[in-house]
Design a binder for this molecule. Structure first.
Ligand code: SF4
Length: 461
């Protein structure tokens, strides 16, 4: 795997200005994605994972906007086309590009697998035609990659007239139809020529997820953003989809940003990981950094909520409480995890910077691929005498302190809940092995009998 950065996300914040107030959905996040690697983003629902995905894809719409930060993407042809400052080499700051250019990058440069394929595909257009349209966009881009304008589909008067007169005029071209069928075949769809003519509602959940992967790959993107690609699938189909993604990545060497709340998926698929909480990346590092050497109490809490295959029936340790409000005036100026943290101390009443987990010093370079953590424990040990209890209910914006010695007990209880990576991997292996003897055509069977679709067996960490 290459060690060259393809994407550098630097101090990016995305906010939504609503009637309730300003929602700080993504707050000052930084990470890099290298060529051919998989960067995982994990966290609870409401932690900002999907908004991060939409931010990278340029899909944030009003009342949301990127309020600060830079997203640097390496593309020498694009850099020449838009005339970037030479000091940045072949990197272009996506945040500064106009909307049309950003849109043009979707497909050829950035592909996305959306969370819910059923609601993400057009129900009135056949699956094959939707994929063919993505193929056509890529064909336009490849005719002149140095020109931004050729990356977009021009919707002129003539096209408007044709679409009005013949609303269902079929595939854009014979070539794009053939390519769509090839992509469906690559995604493991049986009888792809026949299935290309089917509508989304005629696909099972697993089949539609495969079709969405085919569509995302139509542009041969450099970066694939996969937002919870297996959430709604049972474990058999989940394992098949993950294997498919791994195979395609090995063939194409594309980079993947994988968003999930499932630590098993992260352990199986990712090279490096960012843990999100309340819009922040509170810990990031290699897979080993996160699973074997976690520092942040939230990361440890997530790991502690994973079943241990060696102790079946053992009680899981959930992370108490829930994700705080992301309304700006309710968040306060402190560590956002403080009201749930068993190791909260007086020092936590100031927002912690990102520390190097190995040295305890503040990380100055956001693009440095170190083990970073936004927690004072990276710098100092836990001091029970400095323990404080901070609750959302009574902290308000200034984070009032309640004296609560029970926190010390809680801290002791959480000390040993950390499960090492082997348990997570063993859990996933167990799930996969349990289904190893399942009929390889189970997904196809499900396709033939959509009513037999089973709900996901996975739970929130
Ligand atoms: S900074 Fe303090 S409150 Fe926040 S996670 Fe670390 S120890 Fe807990």
């Amino acid at each position: 795997m290459s060690t060259h950065d393809l994407l550098r996300v630097c101090n990016v914040s995305t906010r939504f200005l609503t009637e309730t107030g300003q929602i700080n959905a993504v707050e000052d996040i930084s990470f890099t994605v290298r060529d051919g690697e998989t960067f995982g983003i994990v966290g609870e629902s409401g932690s900002g994972k999907s908004v991060t995905a939409h931010t990278i894809m340029g899909l944030i719409e009003s009342p949301g906007r990127i309020t600060s930060g830079e997203i640097w993407y390496r593309d020498s042809a694009l850099a020449d086309a838009v005339g970037v400052d030479e000091s940045n080499g072949a990197f272009v700051n996506l945040v500064e590009l106009d909307a049309e250019t950003r849109r043009a990058l979707r497909g050829p440069s950035f592909g996305m697998i959306f969370q819910d394929p059923m609601s993400s595909m057009d129900p009135s257009v056949t699956v094959g035609e939707q994929i063919a349209q993505a193929v056509e966009a890529q064909r336009r881009a490849s005719t002149n990659p140095r020109s931004v304008s050729t990356r977009t589909q021009q919707y002129g008067l003539m096209r408007f007239v044709v679409d009005s007169l013949i609303p269902h005029r079929g595939y854009v071209s014979t070539e794009s139809k053939q390519r769509a069928i090839e992509l469906l075949d690559m995604a493991g769809i049986p009888d792809p020529t026949e299935r290309a003519e089917a509508y989304p509602h005629e696909f099972s959940g697993g089949m539609l997820q495969r079709a969405m992967i085919a569509q995302a790959l139509a542009g041969e993107p450099d970066v694939l953003v996969a937002d919870e690609p297996t959430t709604a699938l049972d474990v058999t189909i989940q394992a098949q989809i993950l294997s498919l993604l791994s195979e395609i990545q090995a063939e194409t060497d594309m980079s993947v940003i994988l968003i999930t709340h499932n630590l098993g998926v992260i352990a199986r698929m990712c090279d490096r990981v960012g843990v999100m909480y309340a819009g922040e990346i509170v810990e990031r590092g290699s897979l080993a950094d996160i699973f074997e050497d976690a520092v942040h109490p939230y990361t440890k809490g997530l790991l502690g909520s994973v079943p241990d295959i060696d102790t079946p029936g053992a009680r899981l340790e959930p992370v108490a409480g829930s994700v705080p409000s992301l309304v700006d005036e309710e968040m306060g100026e402190r560590c956002y995890f403080a009201d749930r943290c068993p190791k909260a101390m007086e020092a936590c009443l100031d927002p912690p910077p990102e520390f190097d987990a190995d040295t305890g010093t503040v990380l100055e370079d956001d693009t440095e691929n170190r083990h970073g953590v936004k927690c004072v424990l990276a710098q100092r040990g836990y001091d029970p005498d400095a323990s404080v209890s901070i609750s959302n209910a009574n902290s308000n914006s200034d984070g009032d302190i309640d004296s609560d010695d029970s926190k010390n007990t809680s801290a002791d209880n959480t000390k040993d809940i950390f499960n090492p990576i082997k348990n997570v991997i063993k859990t996933i292996s167990s799930e996969t092995n349990a289904n190893a003897n399942a009929d390889a055509d189970a997904d196809a069977d499900a396709d033939a009998n959509p009513s037999s679709k089973t709900p996901s067996g996975e739970g929130e960490p």
